[in-house]
Design a binder for this molecule. Structure first.
Ligand code: SF4
Length: 99
């Protein structure tokens, strides 16, 4: 049973890992729009077994307003929401603690 949807919000990433099966990199193009997120979330709401969505990529935090709006829309639809990231901004223990 399908319970979760993972958005590949963008193919743009801060890294270009050899093992990346999505070929993400700083040069990679392709990012969801808010309109596309709305359309997909409307379809997700029709599938009653889905109770959570994740936003990943690439690095979704590179498109912070888009990621935030996606999370807001998911929560408004009654879904749990999460993010998968490297997280490139956590360059100290203190910074990591805020993530
Ligand atoms: S998405 Fe993950 S695996 Fe792919 S290039 Fe970025 S950090 Fe590496």
């Amino acid at each position: 049973m399908l319970t979760s949807i993972h958005f590949l919000l963008t193919y743009t990433c801060t890294y270009k890992c050899d093992h990346c099966f999505l070929y993400c990199s700083p040069q990679a193009k392709g990012t969801f729009t808010i309109s596309q997120l709305k359309q997909v979330l409307e379809e997700i709401k029709k599938i009653r077994s889905i109770d959570n969505v994740y936003f990943e990529g690439g690095k979704p935090f590179l498109f912070y307003p888009l990621m935030l709006e996606g999370i807001r829309m998911a929560r408004a639809a009654g879904l749990q929401a999460g993010v998968v990231t490297n997280p490139y901004w956590a360059t100290s223990k203190e910074d990591a603690a805020f993530s």
